[in-house]
Each structure stands twice: as structure tokens, then as C-alpha cells.
Design a protein around this ligand. Structure first.
Ligand code: ZN
Length: 338
């Protein structure tokens, strides 16, 4: 795959993550206070292309890295319509090799392609990571299983694969991404059932890590499935006729829905001090396999909290890339705080 395109301002931070075994202990202790039944282990991942996960690559292992691209400040005040990005050129800026890679996460859809603002669930593999079974590794192969969700004419929502009618790896405004070689390997395997507390699944993980590691920056990414219950989600409508004057205008503009399981959720979660990089500390977008439902995850619905069931496969990043941070001009900076 030829990974090229605009070079956005970039800051790079080498992380020094705890081991998966250490993280498993921390997350287990934390989740127990928020869910009735919890298991956390380090296990060899199954083929995550298969149901119920529907990822574009077999696994989440091999050089795990995260990126935070743009940000909500490009939506409001604004929007800034110059912020048009491409997942493959961002992969290059994340120093991913051109012959094998997998990117997943949460972002804003490419308004300039779709003609409307939307929620994006990036899920793209390329090169050897996009090839199956006996297939000869092909550097030009692309598997784009990205979904997007938008507001429909009747103020309801729709969600479909971006490859259905639009062949694009573009996005806009913001995204939080996990990049890996897409290989199988050991990952955090988390199961949690019946929510007792007020924290949602990703908040409970953040609280667990904060309790163990305090300000140390830890960045996780991967997939979780909501197997039963329902999720509270928002979907961004199309841009308003007048630009947003301030950030606070966005909350009243978003449309909220409860969407029933099953949902596949793509997530990036940070814990600790963001070292002034204006990181979005958590960003999760979910889609229903086959489409129809999808959006930005806020938690599971209170009226299904007894029934809710989560299953996650997560990896921990070794490197963080802050790309096109709002307010930053053309620089490339490398940090090594830890
Ligand atoms: Zn979002």
C-alpha cells in the first residue's frame, strides 16, 4: 500500500507501558467494584475478523501505537473545513510499515466525500494484514470495513459500511486510532457482566488504571462487544447553517439514542497525565454488524444495566503520536518523558 499524503504537524511520545499481566491485575481490581461478574486475563487472541468482533485484521498485536488526530476544537468553535485527513497517510505519520498494518478507532466521517457530517468507526487493514489464509501477501491489498453513522431525514439514525457506496479511507476533524501490525498475539481479554456502579465500561478501566498508576500515561486500544443490553450513544447531525460560536453549543446539537446490542465498539482509552498534548482521554465508536445502528459510546443504558455484558480484547501502546494538535503549527517534536 502506498502510504502518502499531507504531512500534518506531529508530536511523538515514547511510552513505557506496564506489562499486560500487570495491567490485567489492575483492571480486574477496578472493574470488580463496578460490575457483578468480571474476568480479566492475558490470552492469545482468536481470529478477530470472525463474529462477534468483525475487525479488518486477524489480531491487534505487533508494534501497538496510538494516535490522536485533530480534535473537537476543529468542530467548535468552527467547524474548520480544512481538516480533511486520510487513514493511510496518517498510518504513514504513525510510522507504520507500508506492507502490513491495521488501524481502528473513533473519529468524524469524511463530510467532503459523504456530503454530510457523520460518526466514523475506522476499521482498515492493508498489505499482509488484509490478506487471508492461503492468499499470497499483497502489498496493495486493502480491507476497509469501516462503518459510519449519520442522522437520517426523520431525525432517526442510519449506519452502514463506508465501502458500500463510498470507497474511501478519508475522515475529518478528529480521530483516535490504534495502529498495529494486525497480528494475533497475547492481549488483555476482559469480560464484565451486570453493571452495579455508575461508571461505564471505559471509565471503569480508566479509574482502575488511575488507582494503580496515578499520573503515568497509559494508552490502551482495541475492540469490545456489547453482547446484551443497550448502549447510550450520540450521532452528530449535519453541520448547522451557522458555525458554532463555542464548545458548549455542541452538546445541545448532538442527537442521543439508546441502541440495543449486539454492538462492536472500537476504542482508545488513556489514563494519566497527557503531558500537555490535549489528548482526548477516551473515544469509542460502536456499530452493529451489518449496519443499521451505530454511534459514539457514552455507556450502557440504565434500564439494561443488570443484563449488560461486555467482552473486550485490548492492547497497550508503546508509542503515542499527537497529530495536528489544535493550535500547533508546523513542527515535529519527539518527547521521551518516561
Ligand atoms: Zn465520537
Amino acid at each position: 500500500m502506498s502510504l502518502s499524503g499531507p504531512q500534518w504537524p506531529l508530536e511523538k511520545l515514547a511510552l513505557s507501558p506496564p506489562t499486560l499481566d500487570q495491567l490485567a491485575l489492575s483492571i480486574h481490581d477496578g472493574l470488580q467494584s463496578n460490575f457483578r461478574s468480571v474476568t480479566v486475563e492475558v490470552a492469545q487472541s482468536p481470529d478477530l475478523r470472525q463474529p462477534p468482533f468483525h475487525l479488518a485484521a486477524e489480531g491487534l498485536s505487533g508494534n501497538p501505537r496510538v494516535a490522536d488526530v485533530g480534535g473537537p476544537l476543529f468542530l467548535a468553535p468552527g467547524p474548520d473545513f480544512s481538516k480533511k485527513y486520510n487513514l493511510l497517510s496518517i498510518a504513514k505519520q504513525m510510522e507504520m510499515p507500508s506492507d502490513r498494518g491495521f488501524i481502528l478507532g473513533a473519529g468524524a466521517g469524511p463530510f467532503h466525500i459523504l456530503g454530510v457530517n457523520s460518526e466514523l468507526m475506522p476499521n482498515v487493514s492493508f498489505g499482509a494484514a488484509a490478506c487471508r489464509g492461503e492468499e499470497v501477501a499483497n502489498e496493495d491489498k486493502l480491507s476497509n470495513q469501516t462503518y459510519y453513522a449519520k442522522i437520517a431525514e426523520n431525525d432517526s439514525y442510519t449506519c452502514e459500511e463506508i465501502n458500500g457506496s463510498h470507497q474511501t479511507t478519508d475522515f475529518a476533524l478528529m480521530a483516535n486510532l490504534l495502529g498495529t501490525d494486525g497480528l494475533p498475539g497475547p492481549l488483555l481479554h476482559i469480560k464484565a457482566k451486570s453493571r452495579l456502579g455508575s461508571l461505564n465500561f471505559t471509565e471503569a478501566i480508566q479509574h482502575a488504571l488511575k488507582a494503580t498508576y496515578g499520573k503515568k500515561l497509559i494508552s490502551l486500544g482495541g475492540v469490545f462487544v456489547i453482547r446484551s443490553g443497550a448502549a447510550k450513544m450520540h450521532v452528530m447531525p449535519d453541520f448547522p447553517p451557522e458555525p458554532f460560536a463555542k464548545r458548549e453549543d455542541v452538546a445541545a446539537w448532538l442527537k442521543f439514542f439508546d441502541m440495543p446490542a449486539p454492538l462492536v465498539c472500537l476504542t482508545v482509552i488513556h489514563s494519566g497525565d497527557d503531558h500537555g498534548l490535549s489528548l482526548r482521554m477516551e473515544h469509542t465508536h460502536c456499530f452493529a454488524p451489518g449496519g443499521g445502528r451505530g454511534g459514539h459510546y457514552h455507556g450502557d443504558a440504565d434500564d439494561t444495566k443488570d443484563d449488560v455484558e461486555y467482552e473486550a480484547w485490548l492492547n497497550v501502546a508503546e508509542v503515542l503520536y499527537r497529530i495536528d494538535r489544535p493550535g500547533l503549527v508546523e513542527v515535529t517534536v519527539q518527547y521521551d518523558f518516561q
